[in-house]
Write a protein that binds this ligand. Sequence first.
Ligand code: HEC
Ligand code: HEC
Length: 294
Amino acid sequence: MFQPILPLVPIKGLDPGRVALGERLFHDTRLSADSTVSCASCHNLKAGGVDGQRFSIGVGGAVGSINAPTVLNSAYNLAQFWDGRAATLEEQAVGPIHNPVEMGATMSQVIGRLEQDADLVARFGRLYTDGLTVANLLDAIATFERSLITVDSRFDRYLRGDQEALSELEVDGYRRFREFGCASCHQGMLVGGNMYQKFGVLGDYFAGRAITTSDLGRYNVTGREEDRHVFKVPSLRNVALTAPYFHDASAMTLEQAVTAMARYQLGRDLSVADTEAIVAFLHTLSGTVPPAKP
Ligand code: HEC
Ligand code: HEC
């Protein structure tokens, strides 16, 4: 049988020293203007890599305008952010540091502060020939993020041939997920993350409400009319852990998200049994990041 979804595989060949340094920096509040916010403030790695908020709270209590996606498995996205405006994880990481409603700092401010930390400077010196620089700071964070692959979900065990890994209901949910056409957009290793699509293919999701800049999606990047309301199809890996859903956090539960997807992307109203089975399947996509090898 053709499988639109592939098991997640770890990224090989990462420098363990840089992964560990990146982990340290990911949790370092000195990357924000007033030293109160770290990457982990909005991407809690113990809670699905998100903050569980509708919109994230940054420095000085500033509230953002778009839901925080997970950093888990983000290395496999075709690009970063809902609108794909950053091509790489390195490029992405500059965004939150500069963003006034996230960390609100400048790179020279951050580097200046980290330069006061002799241990950290020495650590950069051991791992990079040119030591502590902006490029190396971003490299370390991105390298750490590349280690955050949630392997061994129950669904991946099923894909690898373990028929016992899923219940009958979950297998049935996967069948409906394929048959209804969810997998035409949510596919590949990430069950998403490999294409852009309009939100509202078969119905106007945005009808009758005020449109925010965030709602414009990829239009903000390309300025092309056909990219209005086009977003990166999000990965559904670990989706049971990352409520609320959608770029605008309009769905509080997976049931609501699945119902809206069927209606606006597939022009279909699901039965209660359909929704229940698909949601059960989505729960099998949660995996764990294996502990770093020394
Ligand atoms: C104040 C909350 C906040 C902080 C702090 C923050 N982020 Fe984010 N992060 C977000 C939000 C919100 C988005 C989505 C923004 C968008 O798409 O326009 C995001 C998006 C991302 C993405 C893209 C994921 C995807 O699927 O497209 C990555 C990767 C990421 N952040 C990593 C980081 C790193 C690394 C740091 C620290 C340098 C960081 N974030 C700090 C809230 C935050
Ligand atoms: C035409 C492409 C397409 C189809 C078909 C599709 N989706 Fe989506 N899906 C998207 C896009 C695009 C988004 C992001 C929408 C947004 O937030 O702006 C999304 C978001 C989601 C989310 C929320 C993820 C998150 O982290 O916020 C879930 C859950 C989801 N889809 C499940 C499904 C299910 C289940 C089906 C089938 C019933 C389905 N999708 C069909 C494109 C699609």
